[in-house]
Design a protein around this ligand. Structure first.
Ligand code: AHR
Length: 506
């Protein structure tokens, strides 16, 4: 039987903001995703009430907005003021027409209704620069009697929004990006932008663009070079990574390769562990080279499993469905392991954003004029968010006597992937069983427990939550935990191919 060992004295804090999500002006994320004035559930502001309810139930607190690639050519000031006179623009990043009916102030109204309290805004460092970033910051956070702050007041928003986190552009290393830059160009621009923004508002923290993906040839030298330019003036380096079962190994190769076999696919969260370790190592090298006392934090502000769209793209419409897709149980298990990779590195990764919240490789799916429902990945994230609070800590842990497997790509992959958290009143074990067979684990907890329970996501590997069957894969109560009240020793059985949450109240 596998034994879960906890190292109670080795812990670090993890906060609710660690697991956020992302809203971008792309596809049907905004229009018909969260904003649809004609929808039967619409609020007076035109927000979809059914989606707001799902977002509140998800419990997400951090949200990045408004992009993404969209931000490298957008004009933030098109999105404010009287909706009737806002300019309609071409969204050249995503080949659609942007009506700007949902803009910056609507975003702040929406997050209030969604119980999200930690927005991250991205400024345009593609086609624009320092001046526009400063104007936007002044509009959003300005508290003095100045022009942009007064415009916000004039638009009906007396109080500054107090946004703390600011992305200094997006994926400016990517060949697909509008106004891509060399690392030296970008690093200098980001450094000067961050410096100026902090002179205006010393309470903000800024996020430097790291490599868009480890599949680019410029990874990780981009990260090293931009950090060398901007280390002293930024607080986070960004990481992005999407894993698709048959994507090419290198973004410079167009051709897809053979799909991963299941054991390989389920182990691909290892790429997250590796990438986080590598980016942290690069950042620490720059720290040493600069004789700095500051440790660079990581914002993993785009991550997910990925599939190509199930809907036909319709370019140059007002909502072009670019990436609408269902995730099955296999995707959900990989997604669970990706989340565990982030959680186990929560001493270094302090922000992350699953991408995206609605309709593009989404947690939540919507039909225009119809229903909203959730991909199974939603329930994984919900079960983690439910346990994060201002007292939660991750406890270092390891499994002994457990089964491992190897594939052509990966050696010694533990069949059970796990992380243990202490919420302040309970020990919570999150675990993925990557194997077909049930696995029993014994765990020696640091304290005797008063009660316990277990929930899991199980099903057939190809199961999905479709519009016809929207709740095929959800978190379900599970009886495979025999609770020994008053004891520190507990035993549980994890079903084959399952996501599990074991809660031990002490
Ligand atoms: O799928 C979202 C897009 O992916 C973002 O706009 C971009 O940053 C990334 O390439």
């Amino acid at each position: 039987m596998a034994k879960l060992n906890l190292y109670n004295e080795q812990r670090f804090d993890v906060r609710p903001q660690l697991f956020g999500s992302f809203l971008e002006h792309m596809g049907t994320v905004i229009y018909t995703g969260i904003y649809e004035p004609g929808h039967p559930s619409a609020t007076p502001e035109g927000f979809r009430g059914d989606v707001l309810k799902l977002v509140r139930e998800l419990g997400v607190k951090t949200l990045r907005y408004p992009g993404g690639n969209y931000t490298s050519s957008y004009h933030w000031e098109d999105t404010i003021g009287d909706q009737a006179t806002r300019p309609k623009r071409m969204n050249i990043a995503w080949q659609s027409l942007e009506t700007n009916q949902f803009g910056l102030d609507e975003f702040f109204q929406w997050i209030q209704q969604a119980d999200v309290d930690n927005p991250i805004l991205t400024v345009n460092l593609g086609t624009r620069g320092i001046d526009d970033a400063l104007h936007e910051l002044e509009y959003v956070n300005g508290k003095y009697d100045t022009d942009w702050a007064n415009l916000r007041r004039q638009n009906g928003h007396a109080e500054p929004y107090g946004v703390k986190y600011w992305c200094l552009g997006n994926e400016l290393d990517g060949p697909w990006q509008v106004a891509r830059k060399t690392p030296e160009e970008y690093g200098l621009l980001a450094n000067e932008t961050s410096k100026a923004m902090k002179l205006m508002d010393p309470d903000i923290e800024t996020i430097l663009v790291g490599s868009s993906t480890p599949r680019l040839d410029t990874y990780p030298s981009w990260d090293f070079k931009v950090l060398m330019e901007a280390y002293d003036n930024v607080d986070y380096i960004a990481m992005h990574n999407y894993i698709d079962r048959d994507q090419s190994e290198n973004l410079d190769q167009q051709a897809l390769r053979d799909s991963d076999d299941l054991p390989t696919y389920l182990a691909r969260s290892r790429e997250f562990d590796k990438q986080i370790d590598e980016v942290a190592t690069i950042a620490d090298a720059v720290k040493a080279l600069k004789h700095s006392d500051k440790t660079m934090k990581i914002s993993f502000d785009e991550w997910n499993v990925h599939h190509f769209s199930q809907k036909k793209p319709q370019p140059w419409g007002e909502h072009n469905p670019v990436d609408w897709c269902y995730f099955d149980l296999a995707d959900t298990l990989l997604f669970g392991s990706m989340a565990l990779a982030i959680l186990r590195h929560g001493d270094r990764v302090k922000l992350s954003c699953q991408a995206l919240l609605v309709n593009t490789i989404p947690l939540i799916l919507t039909d225009e004029g119809g229903n909203a429902w959730a991909n199974p990945t939603y329930y994984v994230l919900q079960s983690i968010l439910k346990n994060l609070s201002d007292t939660s800590t991750v406890i270092a842990s390891s499994l002994t006597d457990s089964q491992n497997y190897s594939t052509k790509r990966y050696q010694d992959v533990p069949v059970i992937d796990q992380v243990v958290m202490d919420t302040g009143s309970a020990y919570v074990v999150f675990a993925v069983n990557r194997g077909e067979k049930a696995q029993t684990i014994s765990v020696a907890l640091p304290a005797a427990i008063k009660s316990g329970h277990m929930e899991h996501i199980v099903g057939e590997l190809g199961d999905k939550n479709t519009r016809e069957h929207p709740e095929t894969l959800t978190l379900q109560p599970c009886n495979d935990l025999t609770v020994e009240v008053g004891s520190k020793a507990q035993t549980a059985t994890l079903s084959g191919y399952s996501w599990n949450v074991l809660t031990f109240d002490y």
